[in-house]
Design a protein around this ligand. Structure first.
Ligand code: SAM
Ligand code: SF4
Length: 507
């Protein structure tokens, strides 16, 4: 039965009132203030502009200690204009990425479950009053169908599942959708495809609801602040909407920590305000999490504003130029050196190629529409559900894996971390001590081998096998210093068992 729009609006309004809990904002404030001090950020940018090359080199050296950077030092980095000094920052960013994460790149795909939304974000195709967008929320059967394609046909092991903010996609729906995604097991060439890590990108929730996500087996909870600059935040998120509450969003990940979700992910939507300010905001966000929980963000995302259907962008004053975008990634790499850094298919292949050596994750073969994987793989040509925004890289996972392998990366499909309790403080300690790189190398090899067996095309298989051989040699050379004989033997056995058809083996 069709529910009238008036009833829908009324029930959405009632639902909204139950969500925001003022005490779950105020408990995190310090002396009534939040951790974003706009005056301090702006004056740091001003004061540290034009820092000497010697100072920048000192800052770069300190970054190798893998600790969160001082605000003044971040300000000095964002103020660099000399192209030669920038090249030194880029070189350090690539080295630090390798020091902490080795040559691994993790791939994932987004799964959009609903385009209904009560908010009015000026930049988003899903905003409530955008009539150019058809609205839909996937049923559980449809979510399973999307998952069968993602896990069984494409070969993904890790998803970020995305929801609009709406009573039809409330926490109960999110929990149910996670259960259905984890339940799918699809026959693949030699083994089977399944999603082993469900990360969530959803609106801020109260602690009680976040506990339900924890119980349902969430990987990472990801929320982008969009902009840390309050006047801009107000301008793009109208007052009176849920998203209009800056502080409810600012402390969403603190609440997640309190609910026991210790892998949390921050991000800013680059283009809304000056990128220098946003980079400083991200670092301050990491600092506040570290200060209150001893753990920084698991990942940082750097989405850049993209055109969206039915959406006017003539008001945008801070589009981020390609060169600045590359540079801000390098600065974040140095400033929050222990965090994973995610780039997405919003960017074009050339851009992704030029930054991937500073990053740890990218999506592949993605679609950002509701039911869009099923649409793409169906025989009929009824591609009805519009994308949230326009994608820059639409190549297949196989092509992307091949390209990454040709660039010398090992593509890790590892999801062992949260399943063996290596999250939060444990993973942070491994990362900052440089131990995580060698530890995860083994799982990267095993999961890459598994993927090649089940999904790799003959060309990708060829280059993938040569990368694995190279990795095996490196690992062997580190026995017994970094890996014991016994461990290495187990590892070799596990690889062989995977080639024979066993699945989901990890250390
Ligand atoms: N509704 C939830 C929220 O807003 O947090 C989660 C879903 S929302 C679709 C996920 C992210 O999409 C937002 O945090 C925003 O950064 C990004 N986004 C929205 N419009 C965009 C655009 N035009 N270009 C690029 N990214 C966009
Ligand atoms: Fe809704 Fe999120 Fe889009 Fe804003 S960004 S309109 S909250 S889906």
């Amino acid at each position: 039965m069709q529910v009238s729009t008036a009833i829908q609006v009324k029930s959405a309004a009632k639902w909204q009132k139950t969500l925001i809990k003022q005490d779950e904002i105020e408990r995190y404030l310090e002396n009534g203030e939040d951790f974003i001090d706009e005056g301090a950020i702006s004056s740091a940018i001003e004061k540290n502009r034009g820092a000497s090359p010697e100072r920048i080199r000192d800052i770069i050296q300190k970054a190798y200690d893998i600790e969160l950077m001082d605000l003044a030092d971040v300000a000095a980095l964002v103020g660099v204009t000399d192209p030669a000094i920038k090249q030194e920052v880029f070189a350090a960013a690539r080295e630090i990425k390798t020091k902490v994460y080795d040559n691994r790149v993790v791939t994932f795909a987004p799964l959009y479950c609903g385009s209904k939304c009560v908010n009015q974000c000026k930049y988003c195709g899903f905003r409530r009053n955008n009539n150019a967008m058809q609205r839909r929320v996937l049923s559980m059967e449809e979510i399973e169908e999307e998952t069968r394609i993602l896990a069984g046909k494409i070969g993904h092991k890790r998803l970020v599942v995305v929801y609009g903010e709406h009573p039809e996609t409330d926490v109960e729906y999110i929990v149910e959708s996670m259960r259905h995604i984890y339940s799918v097991k699809e026959k693949a060439r030699k083994g089977f495809g399944e999603i082993r890590r469900v990360n969530i990108n959803a609106a801020p929730l109260p602690i009680e609801d976040l506990c339900k996500l924890k119980d349902a087996g969430i990987g990472t909870f990801q929320i982008f602040q969009e902009t840390y600059h309050k006047p801009t935040y107000r301008a793009v998120h109208p007052a009176g909407t849920l998203k209009g509450n800056y502080r409810w969003r600012l402390y969403a990940l603190h609440r997640a920590m309190d609910a026991g979700i210790d892998d949390v992910a921050v991000g800013a939507l680059f283009g809304l305000f000056d990128w220098r300010f946003e980079v400083m905001g991200l670092v301050e966000h990491a600092r506040s999490l570290e200060k209150q929980y001893g753990i920084g963000p698991h990942t940082v995302s750097v989405p850049r504003l993209e055109p969206a259907v039915g959406t006017d962008f003539s008001w945008v004053r801070h589009w981020v130029h390609d060169d600045d975008f590359r540079y801000l990634i390098a600065v974040i790499r140095l400033a929050i050196p222990y965090s994973g850094l995610i780039v997405t298919n919003r960017e074009k292949p050339e851009m992704l190629r030029s930054v991937i050596k500073m990053c740890t994750q990218r999506d592949a073969d993605s679609r950002v529409g509701i039911g869009a994987y099923t649409d793409a793989y169906s025989a009929t040509d009824q591609k009805t559900y519009k994308q949230q925004f326009i994608l820059g890289d639409t190549r297949s996972l196989d092509e992307i894996v091949r390209e990454l392998a040709e660039m010398g990366h090992i593509i890790s499909f590892c999801t062992a971390g949260y399943r063996c309790g290596r999250t939060g403080k444990k993973i942070m300690d491994l990362l900052t001590s440089g131990k995580e790189g060698s530890f995860c190398k083994l799982n990267a090899v095993l999961t890459f081998q598994e993927w090649l067996e089940d999904f790799g095309s003959p060309e990708t298989r060829k280059i993938g096998d040569s990368i694995i051989e190279k990795e095996m040699k490196e690992i062997r050379a580190r026995v017994p210093t970094d890996y014991s004989q016994v461990l290495f033997k187990h590892f070799e056995d596990a690889r062989e068992r995977i080639i024979q058809g066993e699945r989901d083996l990890y250390f």
